[in-house]
Ligand binder design. Structure first.
Ligand code: NAI
Length: 351
């Protein structure tokens, strides 16, 4: 399986290291450096097998290539996985040692891969990684980074929702538009605030009941049970929790006009884009709408952009989506296919 996964992957470089003291496997997938150094976060997770961790890193690194290209950034795509026997607790010595050795690995790649945060890794981890390498984005402001990118991701998604509303509902004005946010964590919680400020009618769902209640009460709405998020009626469904949420099983249940949210890898399979299309549901391709995080990190930490430039690039996510929606309609292709073409054309032009 391991061999097949690598043979079947169209990326450039896979690095595998076993970290004996923690029993962790460190996997780095450098999918493409055609447009620039490969950028992507580090996911720390307990996998059922090493194959599963490898499959994740290969798939996620490819998605980062597409994200950077579609966002018009001169960066390639990469991703890292720390496949751990158990996630070491934040602040523990074991975690610190793991992050230092991981920093050494990133440094050894000579800047072909620049890391950042992903599931189960955060600013504090990147501060430690940064003790060993400069090829890291998203350190705390005190350690020379630009901090969490979740707010920027939410702002980009908000612009994308506006574009979706304009195309499917006839106006980008969100007042009175019913938006269901699934997952009100760092991104979904901030997105809900932006939507409330724009006058949208909100439904909020989270597996974590305490978090759902807290965010909902701050915004003056009732949380809904997490299991109802897929089949509850709304105008716009914003998945901001986990990947794989749009599938052969879930798509028939949806009662919305637009899907536009932050989660990575929303489509369980590529055919799910056709399933959404067949149901007349407008889909904002995930890697286009959720590029705000990388725009924030790279803009502030590598390109010397100020707040106004970052804000302009976040707003351009809405414009890019509007163009993709028009193109998909004009040419009778799915919005996902239109996004893939945009990204691939940019990479092909740079070759
Ligand atoms: P987070 O971990 O802060 O929030 C996720 C929330 O979703 C949590 O509150 C969790 O309880 C909830 N959740 C998990 N499964 C659920 C389910 N089945 N139903 C309802 N709620 C569920 O994560 P964050 O940073 O807000 O990211 C959200 C999504 O956006 C993730 O898929 C992430 O990969 C993606 N993303 C995040 C970026 C960032 O800048 N933080 C950038 C690009 C994508």
């Amino acid at each position: 399986m391991f061999e097949e996964l690598i043979r079947g992957w169209d990326g450039e470089h896979v690095v595998v290291r076993f970290d004996e003291p923690t029993g962790a496997w460190m996997l780095v997938g450098i999918h493409s450096t055609v447009l620039g150094p490969a950028v992507g976060g580090t996911r720390m997770k307990v996998y059922r097998s090493l194959d599963e961790g490898l499959a994740d890193v290969l798939r996620l690194s490819q998605a980062m290539t597409m994200k950077q290209a579609a966002a018009g950034l001169d960066l390639g795509g990469g991703k890292a996985v720390l496949a751990v026997p158990a996630v070491p607790s934040p602040g523990s010595g074991l975690r610190r040692e793991l992050m230092l050795r991981y920093g050494d690995l990133v440094e050894s790649l000579g800047g072909t891969y620049i890391t950042a945060a992903d599931m189960n890794t955060a600013e504090a981890d990147l501060d430690i990684v940064g003790e060993r390498t400069d090829h890291v984005l998203g350190r705390s402001i005190g350690c020379g980074g630009s901090g969490s990118s979740a707010g920027a991701t939410a702002t980009g998604v908000f612009h994308g929702i506006g574009a979706g509303a304009r195309h499917a509902l006839g106006s980008a004005d969100l007042s009175g538009v019913h938006v269901l946010v699934q997952g009100v964590g760092a991104v979904g919680g901030r997105l809900a605030e932006l939507l409330r400020d724009a006058g949208a009618r909100l439904s909020l769902a989270d597996l974590d009941d305490a978090r759902a209640s807290k965010v909902a009460s701050n915004l003056g709405v009732e949380p809904m049970p997490a299991h109802r998020a897929l089949d509850a009626p709304c105008d716009i469904f914003a998945p901001c929790a986990t990947g794989g949420v749009l599938s052969a099983e879930s798509i028939p249940l949806l009662r919305c006009r637009v899907v536009a949210g932050a989660a990575n890898n929303q489509l369980a399979t590529p055919w799910d884009a056709d399933r959404l299309d067949a149901r007349g549901i407008l889909y904002a391709p995930d890697y286009v709408i959720n590029a705000g995080g990388v725009i924030h990190l790279v803009g502030y930490e590598r390109l010397g952009w100020g707040a106004a430039q970052v804000a302009a690039r976040l707003s351009s996510i809405g414009q890019t989506l509007s163009e993709l929606f028009d193109e998909s309609e004009r040419e009778g292709i799915t919005t996902a296919a239109a996004a893939d073409r945009l990204a691939r054309d940019r990479i092909a032009a740079a070759r």
